[in-house]
Design a binder for this molecule. Structure first.
Ligand code: PMP
Length: 439
């Protein structure tokens, strides 16, 4: 086995080439050490991380308080199958989540990842309602296991994987920039009425759940219009279904509030979580009202590793850190970043729209030479967003690329990032856009 302290980037990449499937090597930044918003590779190069390992290290890489909490817990108990051996970190975290989640959300089931949280939430919805069908959104993302993959509204992820879960239908997302149904004014809460039409035309009206992301992440940082989420919940309840809000990517301070739903004044029936929950230790969860959570009978749903004590201890420390300034920072830095990105939108024809909440911001890139429906420029055929992200990486900045058309630059840095670091990121984006349009 190689000694990681003396390895070079090339050696790590060679191991990946030889022993991991190619899909594991997408961003090409080997990481030796990471701290705060900084990543260091094996050759000693430093990068500013504006993506947080896809929205995970919300309180900063290797956050001291999280590391200490995990280390302390490692000495006490690492594993005991938390549903067989009740332990303090799991109980404390569940109690904490009953407080952190809004309204009467009360009981939490723990698992290990986002996709598992969604799988569990679907099963719970079916068990509680006695219904079978699930409605999700086109362009939404909920995971890659066969149940959550069925909900994911993008064939790129499903190619070669069918059949997935039966009885799943999709409705239009609140993609106000390119809504196919709306006129020039763009989407309003009324757009949610498309969901009614999908239920009326494509289901047997046997709906167990509507599953939505409150801000769509992989779909390209899509923020719904005022009132939309409330209307979706009304529709779910009118059909005796539950509303599952998937906060796997948006939760834990990402949008400048603890939950993205806090911006929309909605208390969902089930709330799925993962990514930022333990700042990088593997943990997923879904929290439901007691009446719903108690629908699971003995043996209906369990997980050997779910609620791992070390991951739960890290989650408790993460939540403290979030309240210790990280959420506040996400709000203030997010406002500054949004204003800077709006300036890029005004300055560059290739930037169709800047949008987002808190430190979950996106730049949708377009082809300014062509007109699409409603006068909105279509997504470029080129790999423009990927090219810009490659240029940024060469310049020491890591960003994400997303969107159904793969044309959205995603900025989701650790919530602890400071202004100087954000200034560096914005000026590097300006440079990269200039270089790309000058070609
Ligand atoms: N739901 C949402 C909203 C996500 O963004 C993701 C991951 N991108 C998932 C579920 C799946 O999470 P995981 O990769 O941990 O399975």
């Amino acid at each position: 086995m190689a000694d990681s302290t003396t390895l070079s980037n090339t050696e790590v990449e060679a191991q990946y080439d030889e022993y991991l499937p190619p899909i594991w090597k997408q961003l090409h930044v080997p990481v030796k050490h990471a701290s705060g918003a900084t990543i260091e590779d094996f050759d000693g190069n430093e990068y500013l991380d504006a993506f947080s390992g896809i929205s995970v290290t919300n309180v900063g890489h290797t956050n001291d308080a999280v590391v200490d909490a995990a280390k302390d817990q490692l000495e006490d108990v690492i594993h005991g199958c938390s549903y067989v051996h009740p332990n303090a970190p799991v109980g404390d975290l569940a109690e904490r989540l009953a407080t952190e989640t809004p309204g009467d959300l009360q009981k939490t089931f723990f698992c290990n990842s986002g996709t598992e949280a969604v799988e569990g939430a679907i099963k719970l919805a079916r068990k509680y309602t006695g219904n079978t069908e699930i409605l999700a959104l086109e362009m939404g993302f909920h995971g890659r296991t066969l149940g959550s993959l069925a909900l994911t509204g993008n064939s790129a992820y499903k190619n070669g994987m069918a059949p997935t879960l039966n009885d799943v239908v999709h409705a239009e997302p609140p993609y106000t920039y390119r809504c196919l149904s709306c006129g020039d004014e763009g989407c309003t809460a009324d757009c949610a009425d498309h969901i009614e039409r999908v239920i009326g035309t494509q289901t047997a009206d046997d709906l167990a759940a509507i599953v939505v992301e409150p801000v769509m992440g992989e779909g390209g940082i899509i923020v719904p219009p005022e009132g939309w989420l409330k209307r979706v919940q009304e529709i779910a309840h009118a059909h005796d279904a539950v509303l599952i809000v998937d906060e796997v990517q948006t939760g834990y301070g990402r949008t400048g509030e603890f939950w993205a739903i806090d911006h929309f004044d909605v208390v969902p029936d089930v709330l799925t979580q993962a990514k930022g929950i333990a700042n990088g230790l593997p943990l997923g969860a879904f929290t439901a009202r007691s009446e719903i959570a108690d629908a699971f009978g003995s043996g209906d749903h369990l997980s050997t590793f779910g609620g791992n004590p070390v991951a739960c201890a890290a989650a408790l420390a993460t939540i403290d850190e979030l309240h210790n300034g990280a959420i506040e920072n996400a709000r203030t830095q997010g406002e500054w970043l949004a204003a800077e990105l709006a300036e890029l939108e005004a300055a560059f024809d290739v930037v169709g729209q800047a949008r987002g909440l808190g430190l979950m911001q996106g730049l949708e890139l377009v082809d300014p030479t062509a007109e699409g429906p409603r006068g909105v420029a279509p997504a470029p055929d080129s790999k423009l967003a990927t090219n810009v992200s490659d240029r940024l990486r060469e310049n020491g900045i890591i960003v994400g690329v997303g969107g159904y058309y793969s044309n959205v630059l995603r900025l989701q840095p650790p919530l602890t990032i400071d202004r100087a670091q954000l200034e560096r990121i914005v000026s590097a984006i300006r440079e990269a856009l200039n270089a790309e349009v000058d070609q």
